[in-house]
Design a protein around this ligand. Structure first.
Ligand SMILES: [Zn+2]
Length: 194
């Protein structure tokens, strides 16, 4: 029983070497949808203008990852469109699933095990506390959450976020983790995180 509970925190995902590749494909598909829709301001054709990111997380190494982004080709508009992402949370350095899962474990696992995990992922204590504070305050206060929380019945415990979200989505399965990351996508382009 204990094992099942722990799996709901999704630790397995942090050691899944293929997860990032999987999420990259999801982001590429999402970006293609945006591209096909054209510029939201003028309907013009969108050109790729991806920008490089060096996110931290398991198995990222020194690799450069690309945040999908587009620019409108129409003279006088030229607006940039950056699709929401299942990998990046605003300008945060760490991958979104790391910010989610490690903060959830901070709530659900013993301190000693959290420390081992934190050290393994090279996340300092202050960073993790900042994430936790963001989930409990910034996230809870966000316009996104104020609207989205109504869809949870029974209501989610806001004091155990993001753990309660992980449990509600049953994220031990990868497709369910993806559902949760998709659910959180509006936040990935939100100014709240900057
Ligand atoms: Zn345009």
């Amino acid at each position: 029983m204990k094992k099942e509970t722990e799996e709901n925190f999704g630790q397995g995902h942090l050691t899944d070497a293929t997860l990032l590749e999987f999420l990259e494909k999801c982001d590429a598909d999402l970006a293609e949808d945006y591209r096909q829709r054209g510029c939201a301001h003028c309907g013009g054709t969108l050109h790729r203008a991806n920008y490089p990111r060096k996110p931290r997380g398991p198995a990222t190494g020194q690799s450069v990852f690309w945040r999908h982004s587009f620019c409108c080709e129409k003279e006088g508009c030229r607006k940039r469109t950056t699709p929401a992402s299942v990998r990046f949370l605003g300008r945060r350095v760490y991958l979104s699933f790391v910010v989610l899962l490690v903060a959830a474990m901070r709530h659900g696992l013993g301190l000693k095990r959290v420390r081992v995990l934190r050290e393994h992922l090279q996340i300092d204590r202050r960073t993790l506390e900042r994430w936790r504070k963001w989930w409990l305050e910034g996230f809870v206060q966000s316009a996104f959450w104020k609207q989205a929380r109504a869809q949870f019945m029974p209501a989610l415990c806001q004091h155990s976020l993001p753990c309660s979200l992980c449990e509600a989505f049953k994220i031990n399965r990868r497709d369910r983790l993806l559902d949760l990351l998709k659910f959180l996508r509006p936040l990935t382009i939100s100014a709240l995180l900057f």
